[in-house]
Design a binder for this molecule. Structure first.
Ligand code: HEM
Length: 490
């Protein structure tokens, strides 16, 4: 037998032995720990799970991934298992299991094996791709700036919102508020990160910033291809333009990094990069870490505010009720405390997060053999054995639609439901546990601020798009068709 046959045969045998060995040791682990298996996803290819990979890629592409998983959970229960690209997967929307993965048994799970090392030419290790001590260190770099109430007086946001208001038509013409809000939060976010605003709302947007943003847009598409290919196969992605875009990004970031390092005592305390430069003097580390934060600046807050306006434009009573609450503030200064005291505002934002969560799911890999408390056996009440190397998909979108907790009207956008709800692990728009969003307070305060400013200035809202919300997950869960409305000045 030639080498050409012997090698693939040996590889196949090794693979089969691995499958057999892990199936035996899983059965052993299950028996020892009194566990039962969760239901299985019906698959044409239950060994390699290539069918699942194709379905997943398709559903991501056409925006049906959230629906696909909800339907699966409805059929199979809150926790079930499957295989994708040779890796065992557990899919869960069970709040106890989610709490276990994200908090109670945090150290048994990681995301570095899933995300680390992918696209390293573009961006190295940082908060979004690391586990353990490096992750702790990364959070310590940014936490003081996010925790400090230095955004409480909204000084810079106020300036950007003033400019943003000038772009809103006051003659009853229809406009799309979604891209405008993206520009608003891009301007605010870049000023907060680098000390220099993208000025995308103003005519004098800096050339270098524009180049950076265009390069970033292209580079992110390449990065998502690389994430799909994984650490080993990413070499197949050899796009010259992608490498050029990476260099443009590095030049831009390095200029800000070296400036932050030179500033020493002249640093601006409200600029995140300047504050990070107090802790590390390593330019490459600073470049990577600030880039990890920039991933989130570009999209998140604008998406939740757009979604709030999508819902308000279709619920005139909620608009009137919220406006009455906003007008109670009178001419008082908008501080974080004032905004947080507004109950209906909180309900409106929460209800929007519930039904349109910005992050629909997250994945972790088990780093050792461990257990999940629920999901096994015929009633899904027994613990599950989780062998090392299992990928867990925590599904926040399905969690927020759990009829057992939210009632039968889960599909309905109804802020009043929050009157008697005080969820803990049943509602996780910012995740939970040691990896909870570092910017939660900043994001909520800024979203509240912009909503209130708009509602002070406009007395009515009308939707100019009768189509239902058409989900895309590209910028968090947002509407493919934008948010087309008319606002009537007060
Ligand atoms: C409404 C706005 C936002 C929402 C709903 C949100 C939600 C989330 C969620 C769900 C996670 C966990 C992701 C995971 O575990 O896979 C997360 C993590 C994170 N978010 Fe946010 N986010 C928002 C805004 C922001 C902003 C504006 C920034 C930066 C300025 C930011 C920075 C981060 C960072 C750095 C992490 C990673 C934390 C870690 O792994 O330790 N987020 N966010």
């Amino acid at each position: 037998m030639g080498l050409a046959f012997a090698l693939p045969l040996a590889a196949l045998l090794a693979f089969l032995c691995k499958v057999l060995y892990s199936s035996l040791s899983n059965r052993n682990g299950m028996r020892k720990n009194g566990c039962s298996a969760p239901p299985k996803l019906p698959q044409k290819d239950p060994v390699l799970g290539l069918d699942e990979f194709v379905k997943w890629a398709r559903a991501m592409g056409d925006g049906s991934i959230i629906r696909m998983f909800r339907q699966r959970h409805e059929k199979l229960g809150k926790t079930f298992q499957g295989v994708m690209l040779g890796t065992n997967q557990i899919y869960t929307m069970d709040s106890k299991n989610i709490q276990t993965v994200l908090a109670l048994d945090f150290d048994s799970y990681g995301l570095e094996p899933l995300r680390g090392g992918v696209g390293e030419y573009l961006v190295g290790k940082g908060i979004q791709t690391s586990d353990g001590p490096f992750h702790k260190y990364s959070r310590s770099l940014v936490r003081p700036t996010f925790a400090r109430n230095n955004f409480a007086n909204f000084a810079s946001l106020q300036r950007h919102v003033d400019e943003f208001m000038g772009h809103i038509p006051r003659d009853s013409s229809t406009f799309d508020i979604q891209p405008l809000l993206q520009r608003l939060f891009l301007d605010e976010g870049t000023e907060f990160l680098f000390g220099e605003s993208a000025k995308s709302l103003s005519p004098e947007s800096p050339q270098e910033m524009n180049e950076f943003l265009n390069a970033h847009e292209y580079a992110m598409r390449g990065l998502s291809i690389r994430l799909q290919l994984g650490k080993t196969l990413q070499v197949l992605h050899q796009d010259k333009k992608w490498f050029e875009c990476c260099r443009v990004i590095h030049r831009f970031l390095d200029r800000h990094v070296y400036r932050a390092l030179e500033l020493q005592e002249m640093r601006d305390k409200s600029v995140l990069l300047h504050e990070m430069a107090r802790v590390t003097r390593d330019p490459l580390d600073l470049r990577n870490q600030i880039f990890h934060i920039f991933f989130d600046v570009k999209k998140n807050i604008s998406t939740i505010v757009s979604n709030v306006f999508f819902n308000l434009s279709r619920h005139p009573k909620a608009w009137q009720k919220l406006r009455a609450e906003v007008l109670e503030i009178g001419d008082d200064e908008l501080t974080v405390d004032v905004l947080k005291s507004k109950i209906y505002l909180r309900w409106v934002v929460n209800e929007t997060f519930r039904i349109m969560p910005l992050a629909w799911a997250t994945a972790r890999l088990s780093l050792r053999d461990t257990l999940l408390p629920h999901g096994g056996g015929p009633k899904g009440t027994e613990p599950i054995f989780v062998p090392k190397g299992t990928r867990i998909l925590v599904n926040w979108a399905a969690l927020h639609m759990d009829r057992d907790y939210w009632g039968d009207d889960v599909e309905e956008w109804r802020p009043e439901r929050w009157q008697d709800k005080k969820p803990t692990w049943e509602f996780l728009p910012f995740s939970g546990g040691p990896r909870i969003c570092v910017a939660q307070q900043l994001a909520l305060s800024q979203a509240y601020y912009v909503i209130v400013r708009l509602m002070r200035e406009f007395k009515n809202i009308e939707s100019r798009d009768s189509r239902p919300f058409d989900t895309t997950t590209r910028l968090g869960v947002s509407n493919k068709n934008g948010v087309k409305i008319v606002l009537t000045p007060a």
